[in-house]
Design a binder for this molecule. Structure first.
Ligand code: ZN
Length: 254
């Protein structure tokens, strides 16, 4: 018997904390998670596994960032009203993050006063924060709804097509089956190829555009950043189109 076993990442929710979200550009509620590496048999694991680290996920933009639990006074077991969450988990949030909050205000009120070097770093930062999410998505094959529908459609087409061919011209049942198999493979392959761009458009571009909006980056600045990511080997560099991002940035905020 073939046994599937190995190690897998296990995330355990520890509770909620208040912190600054560099994607949302403001203090936000985060879910704190313990990341463990546990042994599994048929993808079923027991326990939380050996400690790998901690992550916090922003409740608004759902971006996961590295976390350090000792940073917080305590961890709230449920989502509280934000001022209450700050008081309980990070009472000195505004003092501790003063420099960053002042910078965000400068970005909002006087973006022209930011130096070109700082501006480039500020534009690059959200790309780098979202890059691990893109790497994770492309590390394995994912079937989104459209691809599954294409697969189901291909099976139906094959069944119905062969049944029709059988009625119309009995001799062509074999070749007809072959044609529908090829059509089905093309349909599924085409949807699989499009699914990557769909993922970027649905899950990455809106979040990235929201974060970049106050900086009002030009198409040239976006292209320079994408080229830079490409050179450094980030998947995001090849999957992201500056035009898609510019289009989203020019749309009014929802
Ligand atoms: Zn956020």
């Amino acid at each position: 018997m073939f046994i599937v076993w190995g190690r897998k990442i296990v995330r355990r929710k520890l509770g909620y904390v208040a912190d600054f979200c560099p994607i949302c550009r403001k203090p936000a509620t985060f879910e704190l998670q313990r990341i463990g590496s546990a042994g599994h048999i048929y993808y079923i694991s027991a326990g939380q596994g050996a400690l790998v680290g901690f992550e916090k996920q922003c409740a608004k933009c759902h971006t996961s960032l590295n976390a350090e639990p000792t940073h917080y006074t305590s961890v709230a077991d449920k989502k509280l009203a934000f001022p209450e969450l700050v008081a309980q988990t990070f009472p000195k949030l505004h003092e501790a993050l003063k420099a960053r909050l002042d910078l965000e205000e400068q970005i909002r009120l006087a973006p022209a006063t930011i130096s070109p070097e700082d501006r480039q770093a500020l534009i690059r930062h959200p790309f780098l924060l979202l890059s691990p999410k893109v790497e994770q998505r492309y590390a394995a094959t994912h079937l989104d709804l459209e691809t599954v529908l294409a697969f189901v459609g291909a099976i139906f087409l094959m069944i119905i097509g062969v049944a029709v061919a059988k009625k119309v011209a009995l001799d062509y049942e074999g070749p007809a089956l072959l044609v529908f198999i090829v059509v089905g493979i093309v349909m599924v392959g085409w949807q699989l190829a499009l699914s990557g761009r769909r993922y970027m458009r649905k899950h990455i571009i809106p979040v990235l555009a929201g974060s970049l909006k106050p900086l009002k980056p030009t198409s040239r600045e976006l292209q320079t950043t994408i080229d830079e990511l490409n050179r450094l080997g980030h998947k995001m560099g090849s999957k992201l189109k500056a035009a898609d991002l510019s289009r989203h940035l020019s749309q009014p905020a929802p």
